[in-house]
Design a protein around this ligand. Structure first.
Ligand SMILES: Cc1cc2nc3c(=O)[nH]c(=O)nc-3n(C[C@H](O)[C@H](O)[C@H](O)COP(=O)(O)OP(=O)(O)OC[C@H]3O[C@@H](n4cnc5c(N)ncnc54)[C@H](O)[C@@H]3O)c2cc1C
Length: 100
C-alpha cells in the first residue's frame, strides 16, 4: 500500500500528528507496537482536562478521534527498517518478509 505519510508510533504524539494530517486529507498509516512509555503509570497528573485519568483511557479517546477518518489506517506492529529516499520510503515491519 502507498500512503502520503507513515507515522511510526501511535501513542499520543503519533495520534496527534495523524489527526492533523487527517484533517488536511492526507492518506496516513499509523504503525504502533503498543508500548507507550507511560504504560506502567496508573493515572495522569497535571494534564489539563485529563487529570486523574488512566493513560489507557486518554489513548483510547485519541484512537476514537482518529478512527473517524477513513483516510487513516491503523496497523499494529513494529517497524524494523525504513529504506528509500525523500518522497519514496518503504517501511518493513517485524512481521513481514517484504516491505510496504
Ligand atoms: C511513569 C510515567 C508517568 C508519566 N506521567 C505523566 C503525567 O502524569 N502527565 C504527563 O503529562 N506526562 C506524563 N508522562 C510523560 C508522558 O507519558 C510522555 O510524555 C508520553 O507518553 C510521550 O508520548 P509519545 O507519543 O511521545 O511516546 P510514547 O507514549 O512512548 O509512545 C511511543 C509509541 O511508539 C511505539 N513505537 C516505538 N518504536 C516503534 C517502532 N519501531 N514501530 C512501531 N511502533 C513503535 C511504541 O510502542 C509506543 O506505542 C509520564 C511518563 C512516564 C514514563
Amino acid at each position: 500500500m502507498t500512503y502520503d505519510v507513515a507515522i511510526v508510533g501511535g501513542s499520543y504524539a503519533g495520534m496527534a500528528a495523524g489527526l492533523q494530517l487527517a484533517q488536511t486529507r492526507r492518506k496516513v498509516v499509523v504503525v504502533d507496537a503498543g508500548q507507550p512509555r507511560n504504560r506502567f503509570a496508573s493515572h495522569s497528573r497535571g494534564f489539563l482536562t485529563q487529570d486523574g485519568k488512566p493513560p489507557r483511557e486518554i489513548a483510547a479517546a485519541g484512537y476514537a478521534e482518529l478512527a473517524q477518518y477513513s483516510t487513516v489506517e491503523w496497523r499494529k506492529g513494529h517497524v524494523e527498517t525504513i529504506t528509500g529516499q525523500k518522497d519514496d520510503f518503504t517501511l518493513l515491519l517485524a512481521s513481514q518478509q517484504g516491505g510496504e
